[in-house]
Design a protein around this ligand. Structure first.
Ligand code: AP5
Length: 219
């Protein structure tokens, strides 16, 4: 399955991508995670990308495309992938289509998570992430057993720097201007499924699997 998850910041793309990996037998490929790893490792690309990420702006296409292409060339993505956070604008979508065409592949589906702005703010302000394994929590909806400590690996939980209120406002603006037009783009191509992103994460996962025609019990 070659799937794209679309949605505004905090819509639950990462949460759902991680849940779907085992059901769809495909790895999550998250452009934000790839960029944050480059920032953490202080690679030249990471140093450049950070200037944009800290402001909530999009990182230039050529930097992101390089990371995505390298990741999709890994053996575990040969049979399929779940793209999370990429593409982010129509130019990236068109480059992705060409990249896949050169490999004799194409997208199977694009799932857009629909979540109201008020909920986005609540989700982002409560998000905490493990520095060590990347596991995600929410202070109210999905709190860790011990404050500030990951259930999985006992790593330290932190709040992403770009989750500060002003940066989130900028990210929402960038989403509306650059990413939302992708709904129309993929709608025209007949690839889009719009999914209600409100409710329990397991229920949202079931909605996605139904839209993909995957039997939850058999997956
Ligand atoms: P990126 O990391 O992609 O961030 P984003 O798209 O803003 O999305 P988030 O990771 O904030 O949210 P999410 O939808 O994954 O939600 P999550 O599952 O975490 O990008 C960061 C930056 O990198 C960008 O601003 C840009 O600078 C750069 N970048 C990335 N890709 C790029 C690209 N292609 N081109 C250019 N630049 C790029 O959930 C959020 C919280 O809600 C969590 O706490 C979770 O536990 C909770 N939650 C999830 N589902 C539910 C639910 N159903 N009910 C209650 N709580 C829930």
């Amino acid at each position: 399955m070659r799937l794209v998850l679309l949605g505004p910041p905090g819509a639950g793309k990462g949460t759902q991508a991680r849940m779907l990996e085992s059901k769809l037998h495909a790895p999550q490929v998250a452009s934000g995670d790839l960029l944050r790893a480059a920032v953490k490792n202080r690679t030249p690309l990471g140093v450049e990308a950070r200037r944009y990420m800290d402001k909530g702006a999009l990182v230039p296409d050529e930097l992101v495309l390089k990371l995505i292409e390298e990741r999709l060339n890994q053996p575990d993505a040969a049979g399929g992938f779940i793209l999370d956070g990429f593409p982010r604008n129509v130019a990236q979508a068109e480059t992705l289509a060409r990249m896949l065409e050169n490999r004799g592949e194409k997208l199977d589906r694009v799932v857009a998570l629909i979540v109201p702005d008020a909920e986005i703010v609540k989700r982002i302000s409560g998000r905490r992430t493990c520095r060590n394994c990347g596991a995600m929590y929410h202070l109210i909806y999905d709190p860790p057993r011990n404050v500030g400590v990951c259930n999985e690996c006992h790593g330290e939980l932190y709040q992403r720097e770009d989750d500060a209120e002003e940066t989130v406002r900028m990210r929402l603006k960038v989403y509306a201007e650059s990413t939302r037009p992708l709904l129309e783009h993929y709608g025209r191509l007949g690839l889009l499924s719009e999914i209600d992103g409100m409710g329990a994460t397991e229920e949202i996962e079931r909605r996605i699997l139904r839209a993909l025609g995957v039997n939850d019990a058999a997956a």
